[in-house]
Design a protein around this ligand. Structure first.
Ligand code: MN
Ligand code: MN
Length: 303
């Protein structure tokens, strides 16, 4: 039996590539099974559920097994016992890591947006066609890894294959991608306090301590903005400890940024971004990076 596995904390590409490649191996008459190295995320769960594909088995230990590695080539991202496994093939689109297959010619590494793009091409090279649900998984992984072609890692081939599959399946690709991305946003189950602790950094400026929380969302940002009152209440509590409390929601698909600010420097911040705050909230055009566009502005104002 050949075990096909992606990386630890599996994403959609890792899971879908493992399933799609195990299916190709089976079509070619080999015994292969897809596996996972941890819990699947909510996006992957949505995809597998929608297309009626079973969640792969958990691979607890790879020692003594025959493995095909997809979506990475690093020992630390691989399964326990990988040192004592036989690596038959590696298929990946990241930088080359420390793992190598026994036969070096079985290492495929392409600069594409998703491992699943490579796998689709392997079907074609072997004169095979993926089953409908496998096609859907390949499409999903391409959309997921490239943020529907917005990521700089996107290649023309990713787009061409995704569009071809969408046509084959009669699927509205954009609508499907948005449903997928929304399934990934997990703020619905979180309290405002948890949301404010999502991804924060604290900066010490000469005019006071600043707390900057940034939330990057591929989709669904508007729904989070609707929880404005709750969020501002939470920020108000934090105001006792910080001179500036800022919450930034980066809306990747919408290509805009939502900004909440509680600070005695609110007016200066508005001036710098050429925006107006209404109830401590404003929208900015484009994607704002905390490191490149927020910290330098606060530094200028508060130092
Ligand atoms: Mn991955
Ligand atoms: Mn990938």
């Amino acid at each position: 039996m050949i075990y096909v596995a992606g990386h630890k904390s599996p994403d959609t590409d890792s899971i879908c590539a493992a399933i799609a490649y195990a299916e190709l191996k089976k079509k070619l008459g080999q015994d292969a099974v897809a596996c996972r190295l941890g819990d699947i995320n909510s996006e992957t769960k949505f995809i597998l559920g929608k297309w009626g594909v079973a969640i792969p088995e958990l691979l607890e230990n790879a020692s003594g097994k025959q493995l095909i590695i997809v979506d990475h080539s690093e020992t630390k991202q691989g399964p326990t016992g990988i040192e004592n496994a036989e690596i038959l093939e590696i298929i990946d689109h990241h930088r080359i890591g420390d793992l190598a297959p026994t036969d070096p010619s079985k290492f495929i590494n392409k600069k594409l947006g998703a491992t699943c793009t490579i796998i689709y091409n392997l079907y074609l090279e072997n004169n095979q066609e993926p089953d409908k649900n496998v096609k859907a998984l390949i499409l999903s992984a391409i959309l997921s890894d490239t943020w529907m072609f917005k990521s700089s890692t996107t290649a023309n081939e990713d787009r061409a294959i995704a569009e071809k599959i969408s046509q084959d399946l009669g699927l509205d690709m954009e609508k499907y991608a948005m449903d997928m991305f929304k399934s990934k946003t997990d703020f619905h189950e979180k309290t405002a306090e948890q949301i404010m602790k999502n991804d924060y950094k604290i900066y010490e400026f000469s005019k006071g301590k600043s707390y900057i929380n940034a939330y990057e969302l591929v989709a669904g940002a508007d729904e989070l903005v609707k929880r404005k009152d709750e969020i501002l209440q939470e920020m108000e509590k934090m105001k006792t400890e910080y001179t500036t409390v800022m919450f930034v929601i980066v809306d990747i698909m919408g290509e805009k940024t939502h900004m909440f600010v509680l600070s005695e420097f609110e007016n200066q911040i508005a001036q710098e971004y050429k925006i107006e705050f209404k109830d401590h909230y404003s929208e900015l055009k484009g994607l704002v990076s905390r490191k490149k566009q927020i910290v330098p502005v606060l530094e200028k104002i508060m130092n």
